[in-house]
Design a binder for this molecule. Structure first.
Ligand SMILES: [Zn+2]
Length: 183
């Protein structure tokens, strides 16, 4: 494995970019070190990182991308950085899957569009509290002309199932127009 990484060092950097600005996410929590929660087919234990661009959670279809210096970045299979990146080296894509035992918390971003009204952000944050979802950062942008609000929320969930349930409940909050997972 040392030899593989050494050989990759001379190549171009990987396609990692962080898409959402303005949200304070503790660095350590998004790019933590080794995960036993990821199973890499055919290879032994490799250092893995959850990719910042698409932030997969258990339940998402995932792939691994071998980086030049950081082990394997774990992306969602539908990540735009994987699908639309022309500098991507296909030989570096490897099959990975979620392990039996996953962690309690995976960070991701939600973008909630709603008609702006008093108490909107309060309703959203209250829902996170009642659903026991950890909120890492929240940023609200108003469009005064359209009277809409865009709420960016950085949250942590244990798996896709809880995320889907959460999204369903956010959609039921009055005046919410759409809820999207950022990527
Ligand atoms: Zn990605």
């Amino acid at each position: 494995m040392g030899a593989i990484l050494h050989a990759l060092k001379k190549e171009l950097p990987g396609p990692e970019t962080d898409i959402i600005p303005n949200i304070e996410v503790p660095h350590k929590q998004t790019s933590s070190s080794s995960h036993d929660d990821i199973h890499i087919e055919g290879i032994g234990h490799l250092l893995t990182h959850i990719a910042n661009c698409c932030k997969p959670v258990p339940g998402d279809a995932i792939i691994g991308y071998v980086t030049q210096s950081q082990g394997v970045n774990i992306h969602r299979k539908d990540c735009n950085n994987i699908l639309e990146n022309s500098t991507l080296k296909h030989e570096r894509i490897i099959n990975v899957s979620w392990g039996e035992k996953t962690n309690e918390r995976y960070t991701l971003d939600l973008i909630i569009e709603a008609y702006d009204r008093h108490g909107l952000v309060r309703d959203i944050t209250q829902l996170f509290t009642t659903e026991h979802v950890a909120l890492l950062g929240l940023n609200c942008t108003l469009n005064k002309k359209e009277r809409t609000a865009y709420v960016h929320a950085a949250i942590q969930v244990p798996h896709l199932e809880l995320l889907s349930r959460l999204v369903g409940k956010i959609q039921q909050i009055p005046d919410v127009l759409s809820v999207k997972r950022n990527s």
